[in-house]
Structures are given as structure tokens and as C-alpha cells.
Design a protein around this ligand. Sequence first.
Ligand code: PXG
Ligand code: PLP
Length: 461
Amino acid sequence: MNRIDHQHLSLESRGQSHAVDEHTTPYSQAWLNAYWMPYTGNRDFKAKPRMLVAAKDCYYTTSDGRQVLDGLSGMWTCGLGHCREEITRAIVKQCSTLDLSPSFQYSQPLAFELANKLVELTPQGLDHVFFTGSGSESADTSLKMARAYWRLQGQASKTRFIGREKGYHGVNFGGLAVGGIAANRKMFGQSIEADHLSHTLLASNAFSKGLPNHGVELAQELNALISLHDASTIAAVIIEPFSGSGGVVLPPVGYLQKIREICTAHNILLIFDEVITGFGRCGAYTAAQAFGVTPDIMNVAKQITNGAQPMGAVLTKADIYHTFMEHGGPDYLMEFTHGYTYSAHPIACAAALAALDILVRDNMMEQINALAPHFEQAVHSLRGTKHVLDIRNYGLACGITIESHPGEPAKRPYEIAMKMYEQGFYVRYGGDTIQLAPPFIMTRSQIDSLINALGETMNSL
Ligand code: PXG
Ligand code: PLP
């Protein structure tokens, strides 16, 4: 590698204040090594960094001045496109008005305004909002809320959780326990007690468009787990309406309805993790509305601020909120001993209000539903392309299963994503899948160029 000592470069030249990174020479390893990157092959990245220095609408600008089409809306976050002026303005204004208010025992009006907006946009019955800083924090908040709820109801033995194989609920210990992606769990040992339902990725559903037809009977596994553990030990079932990180695994027709029925029949709370599905990805404000099933608790994050500020939230039914209020003891005591320094951070609230305003003002759900059939037709045109074993889609999300190199399921998706990046396209790779989640504002011709590039790339490898 190069010998440049970045310690001696001026701060300004090290900062990425310009649209194009001025380092035309490679970065030094020592400089790169200071940052331990999350969920990244650090050694691979640092051998050949993929630095993004600016973004606008559907494009990133790389440090070497290339334009890269964003096929994943950032990290499933930026459906409205990057650097939206309305959101930027709201952030700047809030930043210079009230940068932080204490979140415990004091607050600020935007938190209440945003809570009411979320109640309005999400399914009827979810009436109260607890703010967090991320999807992982939403997951752990929802699990703690469920356990505490049952304890307050006099049913303290209801502590176990049921998640699903291929489920992703973030990286904190609670979310990890209910998560079902083995690669994410195996480094960390025991956390809290959880069991898992099977995933719903069935060979008989390969190349389904929209919700697959086979597999509703998999919901009956919940009855089997209830027989095994007894409902008196189970606090909640947590499910992504469709699994995102696990590879865009869709629920069979009727599956979520059945899970809802079983939970209700056995006094088990149903938590939907809508961190990816929330705020437009499914062509509705939530997947709960798209699929017609209302959970007791709903977790959101990501698209809530269009990715411009970190924020998450947990929405609950009135019964849950009021149970805490009624059992709270004297008024000066807190009812739920939980919260984050950055719960309802004012700048994040301002970003979220601006982002949600755009979704409503621009009839974004209609726009998504108008674009989704074109996206569906485009992604399924890849059927028959080399290495493609399955293609699944819903709304503006797609998962493509890639035939593995023997014994190395994660390698070919990585190779595809890297080659795509070289050619100016950003797609997600994870496990044995390639995932796509275009911004809601992407044009048909941009979708076509993304899919054409993907097809050519796969055929070339
Ligand atoms: N639940 C779900 C359903 C998620 O998808 C989280 C919780 C955790 O959120 P935070 O904000 O703590 O990361 C997620 C996050 C990807 C990708 O490229 C997906 C996630 C995170 C990073 C990358 O698929 N999902
Ligand atoms: N660790 C220490 C020592 C703290 O003081 C706090 C918060 O006050 C935390 C962790 C939790 O941080 P956060 O509220 O940002 O999750």
C-alpha cells in the first residue's frame, strides 16, 4: 500500500467536505484501520475502499468521482431519494433552534407532534409511540415492553419469545435472541430465551410474484411451539411481515392472519418488526395495512426519517399503554423504566416530520404502487439468467437467490455486488441473495438500467 501518512494531512483535506474526495492516491492502511467497520469484511474493504462522498436523489458520488445508482435506497432508508431539500431545511432549522432537550422528565413539542402523526399513518388501534434511536433499539424496547406488560398483568411467567428462522431484529441481545440468521448469532453465545418458527421460503414458491400461494400451514407451527412451551411461558411472537435482511422472504397468503389468530387465542402479544417494511416499501404506510393484519406492537425505524437522522419507534395498542399507566404507582414515579438519551431527539423528530410530510403531500403510496408492476416485470425478466435460483418481490423490494459456489454460499452474491459497484450500481448482497429496494422516486428507465446491468453482471461471472 501507499506510504502517505494521513496523520500529517490537514483536517480539511481529510474531511470529506467536497463532493469529490481529493485523495486520488490510495488511503493508508493505518488511517483506514482506526475505523472498525460494522457488518463489513474490514480486510477486504481496506484493501480496496468503496468510499461514498456525496449523494443526490438516486445517485451516490464515489471518492473517485463516479456516479453510482442506488439500488437499495441507502440501507432501505432513503425511499424519497438522497439529500431531500425539505428534510435538510427542517434539520438545519431544528439544529439551530433546539439541538437537544433532555428526553427523561422533560420534552419538546416535536416529539408529541410526531407521535400523533405516526398514530395517524399507522393502522387503527396503534395509539401510543415510544421513541428509540434505531431498529435494534426498537426490537429490544418491544421485547422489554411485552415482558413488563405481562408482569403488570400478574402473569410474570410469560417471558419467552418466539421469532422466526431468517428473521432479523437488529444486533442487541434481545433482537439477537429472536433473530434467525445463524451467521449473526453464532459469535455471541447465550442471551434471552427464544424459540423459532420456520421461515417461509419454499421451493414450491420459487419465482412467485407478490405474496406466494403455498405455505399457510407453516403458521400452525406456532400451535406446536405453544404446546411445547405452554402459553403461560410465552410473552410475544415477533415477526417481520416480510423478512428483509434474510432475503426478502414473503409471507404466504393467509399466513400472517393465521399467526394473528393463534396469538389472540392464546394471549400472546404479536409484534411486527416493520423497520424495513414501514413507510412505503410495501406500497402502504405499513405492511400491516398492506397485508390487513394489525399487531399489538409495531417497530419502525429507517424510512421514518428517510435515513437522514437515526431514529426508531415502537407503537402499541391502548391496552398496553394503559396497563403501564394504571400500575404505575404514585404519579411522580415512572411507569416504564426504559428509555434512551436520544429517544425523540429533536433533530430526528424534525427530519421525520419532514419526511412523512413528503410521503403524504406527494401521494407517495400511489406513486409506489404505480411503479411496483414495472419493477416486478423488470426483476422477473432475470429469470433464466446464469446463477439465478429464485426471484421474489413485493412493492419495491426484491430478493434473488443465487446459486452458490460449492461450500461458499455468500461468495457469489459478493462477487456480483462488487462487479456491479465497479459499473456504477449499488445493490445489497447478504447470505446467498442479492437484494434490491429502489428509491420510490426511481424512474422506469433507471430501474431498467439497474436490472440490465445485474443481468449482464450475473451472466459474466
Ligand atoms: N429489524 C429489522 C427488520 C431490520 O431490517 C433492524 C431491526 C435493526 O435496525 P438498526 O437500525 O439497528 O440497524 C433492521 C435493520 C440490509 C440491512 O442491507 C438491513 C438492516 C440493517 C442493515 C443493513 O439489508 N436492517
Ligand atoms: N452507558 C452509560 C455510562 C450511560 O451514562 C448511558 C446513558 O446515560 C448509557 C450507557 C446509555 O446511553 P443511551 O441512552 O444513549 O442508550
